[in-house]
Structures are given as structure tokens and as C-alpha cells.
Design a protein around this ligand. Sequence first.
Ligand SMILES: Cc1cc2nc3c(=O)[nH]c(=O)nc-3n(C[C@H](O)[C@H](O)[C@H](O)COP(=O)(O)OP(=O)(O)OC[C@H]3O[C@@H](n4cnc5c(N)ncnc54)[C@H](O)[C@@H]3O)c2cc1C
Length: 754
Amino acid sequence: MQKTNAPVAKELVLVGGGHSHVAVLRRFGMRPLPGLRLTLITRDIHTPYSGMLPGYIAGHYDFDECHIDLGPLARFAGARLYHGEVEGLDPEARVLHVSGRPPVYFDLLSINTGSRPGTVDVPGAVEFALPVKPIDAFLRRWERLIERVTASRGSFRIAVVGGGAGGVELALATQYRLQKLLAERGDDPDRLEYVLLTQGPEVLPTHSEGVRKRFVRVLGERSVRLLTNHRVTEVREGAVLAGGHAEVPADAVLWVTSASAPTWPAQSGLAVNDAGFIRVDANLQSISHPGIFAAGDVAALPDPRPKSGVFAVRQGPVLTDNLRRAATGRDLRPYRPQRNFLGLISTGDRYAVASRGEWSMEGAWLWRMKDWIDRRFMTRFNELPDMPEEAGPKLASGVADHEAIRELSTLAMRCGGCGAKVGSTVLTRVMQRLPVTRRDDVVLGIDAPDDATVLSVPPGRLLVQSVDYFRAFIDDTYTFGRIAANHALGDLFAMGAEAQSALAIATVPYGRERVVEESLYELLAGALAVLQPSGAVLAGGHSSEGAELAFGLTVNGLVDPDAIWRKGGMRPGDALVLTKPLGTGTLFAADMRRKAKGRWIEDAITSMCLSNQVGGECLRRFHATACTDVTGFGLLGHLLEMTRASEVDVVLEVNALPLLDGAAETVAAGILSSLQPQNLRLRRGVADLERAARHPHFPLLFDPQTAGGLLASVPASEAQDCVEELQRLGYPAAAVIGRVEARSDAPEPVRLVL
Ligand SMILES: Cc1cc2nc3c(=O)[nH]c(=O)nc-3n(C[C@H](O)[C@H](O)[C@H](O)COP(=O)(O)OP(=O)(O)OC[C@H]3O[C@@H](n4cnc5c(N)ncnc54)[C@H](O)[C@@H]3O)c2cc1C
């Protein structure tokens, strides 16, 4: 990871992983600015590269070939990656409101969130049309449309609304793919009927006469009916209406009209144009709010250009430079858009038309050239160069970053007492912002601060305690707080206890007071988001500043003496149930090396954020006799603890083990957690080891888990119902993974079925 480890002086928040921001991330990864912390907030972890989108729809590229994976890119940039959708902005308070997490503070803000097609004011369009933006949503619905078409009988009519380059390309790409699929199934490709509607007198209005003629010809050759001067006024089920014209029947409507703006920038008070796009000056800086930048489709430039990925890409380097300049208090430099650019518009069948000013040309070789250019572009983002592990201030070169370094030195001096407590005013402010809950059995807690927390244990109950502590393994402070709390509580739920209270120990990176406050706030807000639904209160803790983010919790639970689950309760004949998939160790080891796909990490995070509380309650209803949570020692380590305590053997069905997406791939690539060798020592507990070790999933038995699932022995007669109930309750990967047998003479208590 490109980390500077310098104190955080300023927060630069990038909203949206669009075509400009991917360049910003790459460039900051190549040359970090010590003291400037980057955070990327994005709704989607994979950015579709607009140039390859029609090729993807036509079936020429797979998902990874035409998507920029923001996970490894953010790691390369040393940026925190916050997966969420920005829903509001308060430019005065300098905070962003993001779905599913607390507000995010910024010193500098850059917005590159793209646009949406303007369906909003056409009746029926939202209900019945498939808007092409947001693209990820379109791609999901496109897969469903493929299923509908292939399952249909007789003619199937598709109307494409919008006659710009996007609409024309989409019509031809979808037609190519669907006809090919039908032909491959022995079905009649000609039962597809296409119509393209556009409100103006011609298609491709921003291109030359030559380009238009070529496309009118291509559309004719491909039997796409072109309806010009058809402004769609309504979409109904099965038809589109264009004022003054006859109804156009349509079984599916693809909506690719001119771009419309998201609503939150205008609502925030940022200066926007009549259409709601953010008004920026030539430096890409908001004309109303210095320190806020915008690029790509969402920005309204003084010298406007068509909304196109090409321009968003071109703005990336200037935007990076200006963000760097703004962070260091230097003059900004203008972005000078080119007047003419070479557009390569594809026809779906590996053929393209070139357009530049009045000039045009067409051919299959142009598609090959476009393919080569696009693939080369993608390589820059999906094959990132290796950089030194720690890029210190020496990487910030020249006068350019002088100011930042000076500011940092001041900060570094302030941080002289490293490891010092977070200042009491900061702590007080953070606590005031957090929701406080109370319990009668927490006699003195965080709302009545004293030298220590005072808890009472109700008569007849026992106190259960556990402690966990982690260095941050993800660059998302709030989510890290959630996972750490979940992991810690897992021990209580595995004992059958009810969560009562927690004490937190937090280390947040050195930085400016406001930055420290926000880090601590996000961390504790994350922990509280998990503690509160579990019934536990945050009763106290300790916080300090340090070189890196780290967090731990001591958790206290209450249990009835006869309800304690021990590891030693397994009985021969029981089934082994695991509630969550395995693989967090290898996946995060791969993530550190930028070898994990962003979507794998997102799935792993979702799994780690899933509490074991409901799962534990379910296991109890199905009469589980022993339970543990699968964490640092890996599945086998924890299972051996159970077999030893229960004096039983177990048979594990390796092929039944639920795995996180990507875990098998990262293990196959030889990427393992640093704890793996230690855990692997326990392999002597496995019978017929040589054979067992040949199974590709064998290493996952030793993979250390963070916030892993519960492993329980359940009466065999109830196991299947238990798993179905767990799945219904939100543990989709829950599975029966083996059975318990009486202790045999074999020295190894674990036998694998491969
Ligand atoms: C079918 C089709 C074909 C096209 N073909 C081409 C082409 O060949 N060449 C070309 O140059 N252009 C093409 N375009 C246009 C091009 O797609 C857009 O101009 C381009 O994607 C805009 O880039 P951007 O960087 O502004 O935003 P985008 O690429 O749209 O990226 C926006 C990002 O912001 C994120 N985001 C959005 N809202 C939020 C939010 N509220 N909070 C957090 N994150 C958010 C999204 O997840 C996304 O990652 C095509 C468009 C279509 C519809």
C-alpha cells in the first residue's frame, strides 16, 4: 500500500470513481502528497470504462476487461475506500452525507459522479424503461432482458430512445448480442425487431453529415427502424408514445437520452447550471465554493463540451494537479478542452466509424484500433506499477509541495508525545456526537465518567469476558470499527451469552485535531452500530494517537450458568454446522498486495459485518450442543479445540465448506495470511495428510478468520432445518460441513472427505 505514515494535515475526499478520479488516484499513488489523506467514496466498486461498454454489451469483453477495479486502485493511491452513495453535501460544514455511514468530513472535495439519462419527467419511463445509467444497474437489468428475450416466442420488439452516439451504439450492440444468442440456440434471430426513436430531425446531431450518413446506412442494413422527430412523451407497458405519432409497440424500452444531473449538488447550495450540473471555472473549481472541484459529466464547464468519457478522462491530470495545488495553497491551472477529438463509434459487430470534425471513415480495422487503444488504457489502471512500500516525504518533490511539508513539520512537532492520549476536548466532542445508550446493570458508564467503569452482575447470572485487538486491515475507519466490534462480540455469542457492555481501546493516526476527531468518531460510530443492536453499551475506553489505526474491545456478557456453551459438548452423531464462509485471511493478504478484486473484498466485508448474534440464537433453537466462533486459528484450529474438549473425532466434507468469493483463487495463487504458517502446524491433527493436502481448498482449513462464523454441533436430525433457517435469517452460506463421530484409535481426530 502507498502509505506515507505522515500525520494527516488535510482530508481530500473524492466522490465517485469516475473517469477523472481514476486518474487522480493513479497519479497520487505514483506521487503521494504526505499529509494529504485521500478518501474515495463510491457507489460502485468497479467503474465501467465507457469506451468499452458497447463492446461488453455486444459480448466482446468480459466484466473485468472493461471495468476499472477501484479496490486495488484505491490501495495503490493509499486512499481510504468508502463504499456508499453520497446523498447530500453541506459545503459550509464541509461534510458529506453518505448512505449507511456517519457524515464524512473534508477539507478539499472533488466530485466525479457522472450523469443519469433524463427519464425523470417522462411519464412511465421510470417504471417501464431501462435507463442506461447508472450503468451497473443497467448491466444487471440487461442480463434479465437477455433471459426474457431468449425465453420468449415470436417477435420481440425493442425500442431504443435516444439518437446520440450512446443510443446508436447501444441499439447496435444489444441487437448483435441478442441475435447471436438466438442463432446459437437454433432460434430465429430475425424475430427481434428494433426501433430507434430520436426527438431531432437526425441521429448523431453532434457529429458530421458524413458520420450520420454512414450510420443511417448501417441502421438500415441491420433492419433497425429509425424514427426521427419522435420525442417520446410517455412510456406504457408494451408501448412508447411520441406526441402526434402512432403508438410504437415495444416489449422492452432502452433509455439513452441526454444526460441529466444528480439532485444533491443543487440542493446543497453549490452553484449549478439550469440543468443542475455543478458550475466550475476553467480550473474545474466550483464557482461558488473554492475547495470544491468537479469533473466529468457532473461538471458544467465555462466552455461546454459533449458529456463524454473522453473529456472526463482528459480532465483527470489537470484535476490531480489542481487538487495538489489547492492542498498546498498554490495557484490553479486551467483545463483547456480540445475542440475536435477522434471519436470511434462502434456498430456492435467489431466494426467502427471514426469521426473527427468533418472527417469520417469506417472499417473493421478501426474497431481493432479502438480495441487496442481501449485495452491499453485499461492496463494503466488494472496493472499498477510496484511502488516502494513506504513512500515517505522524500517523494514529495520540489517547491510544489513545500507548503504541505511545512505544515506537516508543524504537525509532527505537535505530535512529539507520540502515543499520547487523544486530547480531552476532542474526546468530549466525539462522545457528544455519539448516541449514548444505558443499561441498569452498567452502574457507571461513559455518560458518568469516573476512573473506571462499574458493572453489576444480576443475581444468578455469570459474567463472560473476552478481549480482541487489531491493526486496521481495511482503509475504512467506520467499517473497521464495525468489524472489530463484531469480531469481539463473536466470543460472547459463541458462549451462549448475552452482550452487556464493552470497553474500547483505539489508536487513531496522528493528525490535525479535526482529523483526529473525525477518525475517532468514525471508529466509535462503527463500533456502536454493532454494539447497540446487540444490546451492549459502550461503557468506557482509552484512546491514543499513533502511527496507524488500531482498535480493540473488551466485551462483557451475561449468561445463565446452565446455558453456557462449551467447546466440549459435541456428541457422536451430531452434524457440524458453519454459519459463514471462510477466506478472509487469504483475501485480505491478497488485498494488501492489490491482488484481490474489489468485489471479493466487498463481499468479505459484508460477511464480516454480519453479526453472529442471530445465528447463535438460531443454533440454540435447534439444540446445538457445542459452539465456537471461527477466528484467528482458522477452522481446523478451532475444530481441534472442540474435538479435544469433547473427546470425539470429526469427518469434514471439504467440498461442502462455504467459501468467500475469490478465496479459492487467492489460495491457488499462493497468497496466504501471515498467520497461516502458525496455523498450519495443526495439520498433524488431520488423517491421511499427504492426500488431504492435495485438495486445492486444504489451505483454507487453516485460514485465519476475522469476524468469522459460528461452528456448532447440532443434532443430525435437526441440522438441515437449522441450516435452512440460518439461510432465511441472513446467513446465505450456512452449511452442514461434516459430522461428529466417537473417538477412534487413530491419532488424528479429523478425517477429510475430499
Ligand atoms: C451506451 C453508452 C455508450 C457510451 N460510449 C461512450 C464512448 O464510447 N466514449 C465516451 O467517451 N463516452 C461514452 N459514453 C458516455 C460516457 O459513459 C460518460 O460520458 C462517462 O461515463 C462520464 O464519465 P464520468 O467520469 O463523468 O462519470 P462515470 O463514468 O459515470 O462515473 C461516475 C462514478 O460515480 C459513482 N457515483 C455516482 N453517483 C454517486 C454518488 N452519489 N455517490 C458516490 N458515488 C457515485 C458511480 O458509481 C461511478 O463510479 C457512453 C454512454 C453510454 C450510455
